[in-house]
Design a protein around this ligand. Structure first.
Ligand SMILES: *Cc1c(COP(=O)(O)O)cnc(C)c1O
Length: 394
């Protein structure tokens, strides 16, 4: 076979080596396919490829066999048909704006949205000629009154970041569909496991894969998931024009964690719910904002629409404690680290000044809000740690 070919120099033979991976080797791991260049067998093939088709390889930035497997599994988890990977959850959010909204359009955003989404919307409103308006997350069917002829996109988050109100998703999407407005939900809290957005009329689901899908606190990635191909293609066009992609190495880390996601989620859920219920009995706590408990606004929609809760919830401390005392409480916890993001094995804590974050809905509480992420440590140890730190409040 090589006889007809000229004898080439060592460097050429190393670069253009003709060895093949041992045929018949199979493993459970999805192979990591690294590529910038994708090689075409001939020019006719190259010219025939359509960027809209996910399985047609054109350029490493757009997809590899590794990233496509991850995208397909994510779509399957959520009950969608297509998933588009992004280098972070926020990038997936940004891609929804750039894929669907143009100057002159109007966007409705829940007041309790993930803060960087809010900053993104405000930026586009300031510099790119769209309008954004914030709505009370408990607005329900009342959203119909806010929809204008130029309203293009309605964001939802269920439950909302930090304050945990659970919206009536069905009522909001019904109003949006009646007026041909696209809806996008940030579904990160439920990991796509405990809430199935496409069964509730949502068009686009956004996941920060950085959280439970990674599960390690070590990878950043995001995704948009859709049922409709047309929407997927619009988002894909925006991603392509912005030059955004993900690495197969990162995809393989997420693929490694994905099979254990459901059992991790259920364990986080068990510990978090037990601790939330215990906190409710404590005199230091004014309200426990856990969607599975009745203090949480929209608890009835959680009961109607969700099958579980994971590890993230918040509490509001009694108003007699100063923010400085709550800071001391947070810092004196030994098994809860102070840090952004969540979804890994380690428990986290973060205090928030909610009143300064709201513009549409009145925040009813006086005390400081603290958000807990319950990791995979022993629940009894976490409880003892909380109890000891509550002792710093006098
Ligand atoms: C973390 C998070 C994001 C953003 O994810 P990154 O990968 O950190 O950009 C988006 N939405 C929610 C609800 C999140 O918790």
């Amino acid at each position: 076979m090589t006889q007809s070919k000229p004898r080439r120099g060592l460097q050429t033979r190393i670069v253009r080596a003709e060895d093949q991976v041992t045929p018949g080797f199979e493993s459970f791991a999805v192979p990591v396919a690294r590529a910038s260049t994708v090689v075409f067998p001939d020019l006719a093939t190259m010219r025939s490829l359509d960027w809209r088709n996910d399985g047609q390889w054109r350029y490493g930035l757009h997809a590899t066999p590794t990233s496509l497997v991850l995208a397909q599994r994510l779509a399957a988890i959520e009950g969608g048909n297509h998933a588009l990977l992004q280098p972070s959850g926020l990038s997936a959010i940004s891609n929804v704006y750039f894929g669907l909204v143009k100057a002159g359009d109007d966007v409705l955003i829940p007041d309790n949205v993930y803060s960087p989404n809010r900053e993104h919307g405000d930026w586009l409103a300031r510099d790119f000629g769209i309008t954004v308006r914030y709505y009370d997350p408990m607005i329900g069917a009342g959203i119909a009154d806010l929809i204008q002829p130029n309203t293009r996109l309605i964001w939802l988050e269920a439950p909302g970041s930090v304050t945990m109100e659970v919206p009536d998703v069905d009522a909001i999407t019904a109003a949006a569909r009646a007026r041909n407005v696209i809806t996008a939900i940030d579904n990160t809290w439920s990991a796509g496991l405990a809430f199935r957005p496409f069964e509730h009329g949502v068009d686009i689901s956004v996941q920060a894969l950085t959280k439970y899908q990674s599960g390690g606190g070590d990878v950043l990635m995001g995704a948009t998931i859709t049922v409709e191909r047309e929407l997927h293609v619009k988002l894909k066009a925006a991603r392509m024009r912005m030059g955004i992609g993900v690495s197969s190495d990162d995809c393989s880390l997420i693929l490694r964690s994905l099979p254990s996601m459901q059992v991790r989620f259920e364990q986080h859920d068990r510990s978090a719910l037990a601790l939330a219920k215990w906190l409710k009995t404590r005199p230091e706590i004014a309200a426990v904002l856990h969607p599975a408990l009745p203090d949480c606004p929209g608890h009835e929609f959680y009961e109607r629409d969700f099958t579980g809760a994971g590890g993230l919830f918040s509490v509001v401390f009694d108003g007699r404690y100063t923010p400085a005392q709550i800071d001391t409480f947070c810092e004196s916890l030994e098994l809860f680290s102070i840090g952004w993001s969540w979804g890994g094995a380690h428990s986290l804590v973060m205090p928030y000044d909610i009143a300064s974050m709201r513009t549409a809905a009145q925040w009813p509480h006086r005390g400081t809000l603290v958000r807990f992420y319950i990791g995979l440590e022993e629940e009894a140890d976490l409880r003892a740690d909380m109890e000891r730190s509550l002792g710093t409040l006098v």
